[in-house]
Design a binder for this molecule. Structure first.
Ligand code: AMP
Ligand code: MG
Length: 411
């Protein structure tokens, strides 16, 4: 059986990044992946400006015991002052440009408004400033011509803000991956339908569809496909048209009712089957040939068959499908953001396969395990905050540091 790392290397190698890109409004680009780097044409901030409400002055004009300076101008954010006369101060507010000639700001809490003998407004500076204080320098965030976001970056809210701060109204992003999704299983009925004897509700369709949407995909949902070879082959042919990836759940084990592998073999090829992980061992990877209406794209669609057990399909999506979606969108291969956290439990009978255990942090900061780690218990995946990534055959004792992968990791 392949290790997960070997399998991921093969999956990535078989995945070519999508070539098509589109320009989208920066408003609509959340979660999209940049096709082209964002370069700034300007310094940010574009001018030296005050980081406090207070008074701008020349530090050398204030004697060490403090002093009184006439206030000859007032500069609010969005305004531009005039050159500071020697020995004077300017009333200034946060974000306002520093008048030419000034080299320090004293916060208003350290000043007292007063008047000169001739009645002009003035300020008493109680604490003499150091040159440069409370000034945000032009370009201290971004320098003109700097790349602020690299190609291959998934756009987070703060990345959108950064793009906007350099004036980018539109962004060039990779087109959304098109993913066909279907569930197999004669026992499956949809919520809203009566639960006939022997049936269960189709939960994977909801979990996987939402995971795909969260990852920025366009989902072609083909519903439920019966446990028959010909129906499965027909669904694969339909799914290959116009989709980059076909994602299925169920029917990839070795039972007589598991038709996905033979169906994919008939319509394309299985390139990899079974990974040494728990849950999720029967994952299958391959490709399905496209029909004659193929519009000049690749001659086949990628295929990933996830196991039917709800926790298995959830976990295998996180560990194996996400990296493929990232590769499709031209993102660099990255390790998931793992934390080293102490176990609050003993795990004395580890599996020979690499395990992904549903866990969360308790009030004492130690990780707790959901008591039932069965791959059919979806409650565990909702209770948990992430997965403990436990190496093959590795026992855990209370207090040991383990590798924890939070679910909140970027999609
Ligand atoms: P399979 O991989 O088809 O052998 O399915 C393994 C287990 O997962 C069986 O107990 C199925 O009933 C269950 N299962 C398969 N597909 C789904 C689904 N879409 N939603 C919920 N449970 C499923
Ligand atoms: Mg089945």
């Amino acid at each position: 059986m392949l290790s997960l790392d070997e399998a991921l290397a093969r999956l990535r190698a078989a995945t070519s990044p999508l070539a098509e890109t589109e320009a989208v409004s920066t408003f609509d680009a959340l979660g999209r992946v940049l096709a082209r780097a964002v370069r700034s044409r300007l310094d940010v901030p574009p001018h030296d400006n005050s980081s406090m409400d207070g008074y701008a002055m020349r530090a050398a004009d204030v004697p060490s015991r403090g002093g009184v300076l006439p206030v000859l101008q007032r500069v609010a954010a969005g305004q531009v002052g005039v050159r500071l006369e020697a020995g004077s101060a300017a009333r200034i507010f946060t974000g306002a440009p520093i008048p030419e000639g000034a080299d320090a700001v004293v916060m208003q809490e350290h000043c007292e408004p007063t008047t000169m003998l001739d009645g002009r407004p003035a300020v008493r500076v109680k604490t003499p400033p150091e040159a440069g204080q409370w000034i945000r320098r032009r370009g201290e965030d971004v320098r003109a011509d700097a790349v602020v976001l690299e190609a291959g970056t998934r756009l987070t809210p703060q990345a959108l803000g950064l793009a906007a701060s350099v004036g980018a109204a539109t962004l060039d992003v990779v087109r959304r991956p098109r993913v066909a999704l279907f569930s197999t299983g004669d026992e499956l009925v949809m919520p809203g339908e009566p639960l006939k004897p022997g049936a269960i509700y189709n939960s994977n369709r909801y979990t996987l569809r939402a995971l795909l949407q969260q990852a920025g995909c366009e989902v072609g949902d083909l519903g439920i496909v019966p446990d028959r070879l010909e129906a499965t082959r027909e669904a694969l042919r339909r799914a290959a048209r116009g989709h980059d990836l076909i994602l299925t759940s169920g029917g990839v084990s070795v039972g007589e009712e598991d038709h996905l592998r033979p169906a994919v073999q008939a319509e394309g090829a299985i390139d990899l089957w079974q990974i040494a992980i728990k849950p999720g061992k029967p994952l299958a990877f391959g490709h399905v040939r496209r029909g004659v209406d193929n519009e000049g794209g690749p001659a086949s669609a990628l295929f990933i068959g996830l196991p039917g057990n709800p926790v298995s399909s959830f976990v295998t999506f996180l560990v194996a499908v996400r990296p493929v979606l990232q590769a499709l969108q031209g993102m660099p291969a990255t390790e998931p953001a793992a934390l080293a956290l102490p176990a609050g439990f003993d795990w004395s009978r580890p599996d020979a396969r690499r395990e992904f255990l549903r866990a969360r942090r308790g009030a004492d900061g130690l990780l707790e395990l959901f008591p039932n780690q069965s791959s059919g218990v979806l409650t565990s995946a909702v209770w948990a905050e992430g997965l403990i990534d436990n190496p093959p055959g590795h026992a855990i004792a209370r207090g040991d540091l383990v590798r924890f992968l939070p679910f909140s990791d970027r999609p």
